[in-house]
Design a protein. Structure first.
Lengths: 290, 302
């Protein structure tokens, strides 16, 4: 009886593990093969002939390279500003005995989780539009920074609380100014925490598509304004991400402009999307994917 | 305890706080309050409404909740319904359920299988949105997609997933995408359970499912609540389905976040878009307050 139950539970476990493994691995299979295929399709195939030309094509495409560069600038810029501002703020919150310290941090966290994702896109775009910051690096970086700072401060706060105060007290005894103390004593000690926040902020900007970058670079990537007719289909020329990439367009934006120029999201003609993507897919797999 | 002298004086502390407060005030707090005002106007990007937006009262909200076309495809009610299905299907059942199942199945197991599986799940979580979207468009393609190739090899018919079952497609996609968080959270919650609990249950002759129901579930209850609230919040706000179906065909997979995007950034009707954003923020606020109050209750219980 127990033997049977043991065997049964082993079989159940193996079956479960196999199913879960297949569920998570199968969608990734295609991406590991297709980029190396000279005649790439959407099917899973052994690359034949094997080639690296697709990568070359991406890097020869000035728009794609520029989009990658934009991502680097935006993610790197946001990372720097968020890390510096959050370190200073977390340190001040912990060491200056700011009144309503807890209320402030929890209020900020609350705000950042309420004003998030698409709900934040409208207000931030309106603001950027009013300030003339649409489609500028500075606008995108500042909008990202505002959204990421509360969580960054929250993470760094714990790191600051863990620092022994004696280091700072000795620095003060030696007559260091507050700024010098932070720069020469606190920041080197806080490096692990700053690394965590910096990498986290970088990834937050690098990966997602639904973000301030979306609306701050929205003007030329979205279909032309036409309030009466929903979504004018505008075909992007084959393999070029967008006829006129905006200055801040990132790889995510390029993809968005490809997929939003297909008629599928408007009304009718539902086969359009896969046909269009298939066309892009078989034409220049790499550049559309990036 | 001797009262400690603060290391920074208050003015200098405030000076250090200033940059962060500036960004948060200007790019987070102010826009979210301003949007309340915009939602009461007919502000748009072009036309007369762009130059002289007029106060229209609650007209935008009445439009959203207009009972006449409320549930018609392409309107707010349809988007809200899709969002509820999306959150329940992909967030609560998909991510939290599957995450808990994986965490429990691999509880107190070590070895290569666990490492490989966890790596796969986490990989699905950390790949950038755009890459993931492209992978899934290829995966679900009708003629050449991996899934249909597999189905037809098994003798089952091909399905044009993105056209025939758009909402189901994005639900499965989002389950795949986000299970890692729940899995990791529940794994560490289970790892903190004292082994003696389960050993005692085994000695008492409890079946695995009894042990799960009577010991594991009650002891990780607070983690489950935390996970469900966060997952709901994130799933409700996610925009990634747009990259796969664009909300279509004919709005069948249009969730609230996509609806907002369409109204605000494709029709450029900011007043209306702002009204949706306000509704979304109210829902977010409810969820976030629920989360914070459970956190506080846990802290008090400890």
């Amino acid at each position: 009886m127990t033997v049977i139950r043991y065997v049964l539970s082993r079989i159940l476990f193996a079956g479960f593990a196999a199913l879960v493994g297949a569920f998570f691995a199968l969608p990734m299979l295609w991406l590991t093969l297709a980029p190396f295929n000279a005649r790439g399709t959407l099917a899973v195939e052994i690359p034949r002939p094997f080639t690296l030309d697709n990568f070359q094509a991406v890097f020869a495409n000035t728009f794609a390279v520029r989009a990658l560069g934009n991502s680097l600038i935006l993610a790197g810029g946001t990372m720097l500003v968020v890390t510096l501002a959050a370190t200073l703020a977390a340190y001040a919150l912990s060491r200056a005995e700011v009144p309503y310290y807890d209320l402030l941090t929890y209020g900020l966290i609350l705000f950042s989780s309420v004003v998030t994702g698409t709900a934040a896109m409208v207000p931030i775009f309106l603001l950027a539009n009013a300030l003339g910051l649409v489609d500028t690096y500075v606008g995108v970086i500042m909008a990202f920074t505002g959204g990421l700072l509360p969580t960054a401060i929250f993470i760094l706060r714990d790191f600051v609380e863990g620092l022994p105060r004696s280091y700072e007290e000795s620095a003060m005894v030696c007559g260091a100014s507050p700024w010098r103390m932070v720069w020469d004593v606190v920041m080197p000690l806080l490096r692990p925490g700053m690394m965590v926040v910096g990498i986290w902020a970088f990834v937050q900007v690098w990966g997602p598509s639904s973000s301030p970058s979306c609306c701050c670079a929205a003007r030329s990537a979205c279909p032309p304004p036409s309030p009466s007719t929903p979504s004018t289909p505008r075909r992007a020329p084959l393999s070029l991400p967008s006829p006129r990439p905006t200055r801040c367009s990132t790889p995510s934006r390029c993809w968005l402009s490809i997929s939003s120029s297909t008629p599928v999201m408007g009304s009718g003609s539902s086969g359009g999307s896969s046909a269009e993507i298939r066309r892009d897919g078989s034409g220049r797999m790499g550049s559309a994917g990036l | 305890m001797v009262p400690r002298r603060p290391i920074l004086s208050l003015p200098i502390g405030l000076l250090f706080l200033l940059p962060a407060l500036f960004f948060v005030a200007v790019f987070l707090v102010f826009p979210s309050l301003w949007v309340l005002w915009i939602s009461l106007t007919n502000q748009a990007l072009t036309g007369e409404a762009a130059l002289r937006p007029q106060f229209v009262g609650l007209a935008n909200f009445r439009y959203l909740f207009d009972p006449e076309n409320w549930a018609v495809r392409g309107y707010f009610g349809n988007a809200l319904r899709n969002s509820v299905l999306f959150v329940v299907g992909s967030g609560l059942i998909g991510q939290a359920g599957l995450g808990l199942a994986i965490a429990w199945a691999f509880h107190r197991r070590r070895g290569l299988l666990r490492e490989v599986l966890y790596t796969l799940v986490i990989l699905a979580w950390i790949i950038p949105d755009v890459v993931v979207a492209f992978m899934w468009v290829a995966y679900l393609d009708r003629d050449q997609g991996t899934l249909n190739a597999l189905l037809s090899a098994l003798g089952l018919g091909r399905v044009d997933w993105l056209i025939e079952r758009p909402l189901l497609s994005v639900i499965i996609f989002n389950t795949w995408r986000g299970t890692a968080f729940s899995m990791l959270l529940f794994s560490s919650a289970l790892a903190m359970l004292p082994p003696s609990y389960l050993e005692a249950a085994a000695v008492a002759g409890a079946r695995p499912y009894q042990a799960f129901r009577d010991i594991i579930l009650p002891s990780i209850r607070s983690h489950i609540v935390t996970d469900l609230i966060l997952i709901t919040l994130w799933t409700f706000n996610t925009f990634t389905p747009y990259l796969i179906t664009g909300g279509g065909p004919t709005f069948r997979s249009e969730v609230v976040s996509i609806y907002t995007f369409r109204v605000a950034f494709q029709h450029f009707e900011f007043g209306r878009g702002a009204a949706v954003a306000v509704v979304m923020m109210l829902i977010n606020l409810t969820l976030a307050l629920a989360y914070l109050s459970t956190l506080r209750r846990e802290a008090r219980a400890r």
